[in-house]
Design a protein around this ligand. Structure first.
Ligand code: CIR
Length: 254
């Protein structure tokens, strides 16, 4: 949770035509830009250097930079995004990461993996099997991580879109869990902050240095995180949510 750098990508006007399973309506592009800008400002408040990549109209979902890569302090893994319309996003992310890393790994077909299915908690990674991440993709990532001295567990998702849709690690053994992860045996050793069904969207939040960024409109979640000892910054996520996105999806933090 100590980060120096963050990569984000400006939303393209094509964002409004991106993939979604939600029935929340079409995003308002002006509002998307404003919400993305507020997100970048919040990250700066957290003391990180923000690199903003230019918008890419060809990829409506490319604002969700978390999915084409998995980063550690020591190396970068270029993922192989499981949605056809997003797979090519890995090229621009790979280029951008050359400015920060000299050690790269790649997830290769027939393995597919979205970074949204990967959660790091200290030296352990959790990898979710989802509609986007298959067993071969998860197996490749686990092998890379273990070779590099990390631990990695693979778990099957039942309902969540991505692993991090329903879970976040704050540091200090504090884990936020919602939905199918409440009472899940893989997470029994953590101090859990349990999010109720109606507040499920707020389980996707991010610890960045001295703050936890949370979606606006979830007072119970805010209270629980502050009681655990963290300062929070609330961000309006309405237009991001319409395309199945959350706070973690919008950045790569390292
Ligand atoms: C997609 O379907 O790929 C995008 N509309 C949303 C991606 C959200 N990313 C994430 O949860 N890491």
């Amino acid at each position: 949770s100590q980060f120096q750098n963050v990569i984000v990508k400006a939303p393209a006007t094509s964002y409004v035509n991106g993939l979604t399973t939600s029935d929340l309506g079409t995003p308002d592009y002006e509002k998307v830009v404003a919400q993305h800008h507020a997100y970048v400002e919040a990250l700066k408040t957290c003391g990180v250097e923000v690199t903003e990549l230019p918008a890419d109209e060809q990829y409506p979902d490319s604002v969700f930079v978390e999915d084409p890569a998995v980063l550690t302090k020591e190396f970068a893994v270029i993922a192989n995004p499981g949605a056809d319309s997003r797979n090519g996003e890995k090229e621009a992310i790979g280029e951008a990461l050359k400015n920060f890393y000299n050690k790269f790994y790649h997830i290769e077909a027939p393995g597919y993996l979205d970074g949204g299915d990967v959660l790091q908690a200290d030296n352990r990674f959790y990898i979710g099997l989802s509609e986007r991440t298959n067993e071969e993709g998860a197996r490749q990532l686990k092998e890379i991580l273990e070779k590099e001295g990390y631990e990695a567990d693979i778990l099957q998702l039942k309902e969540f879109f991505h692993l991090k849709t329903g879970i976040a690690y704050l540091g200090n053994n504090h884990l936020i869990v919602a939905g199918e992860f409440v009472g899940h045996p893989a997470f029994g050793d953590y101090n859990q902050i349990v999010i109720s069904k109606e507040d499920e969207y707020s389980a996707n939040c991010i610890r960045v240095n001295d703050y936890v960024l949370i979606p606006a409109g979830y007072p119970e979640t805010k209270r629980k995180i502050e009681e655990a000892g963290y300062q929070t910054i609330e961000l309006d996520m309405s237009e991001i949510r319409k395309q199945d996105g959350g706070l973690s999806c919008l950045s790569l933090r390292f």
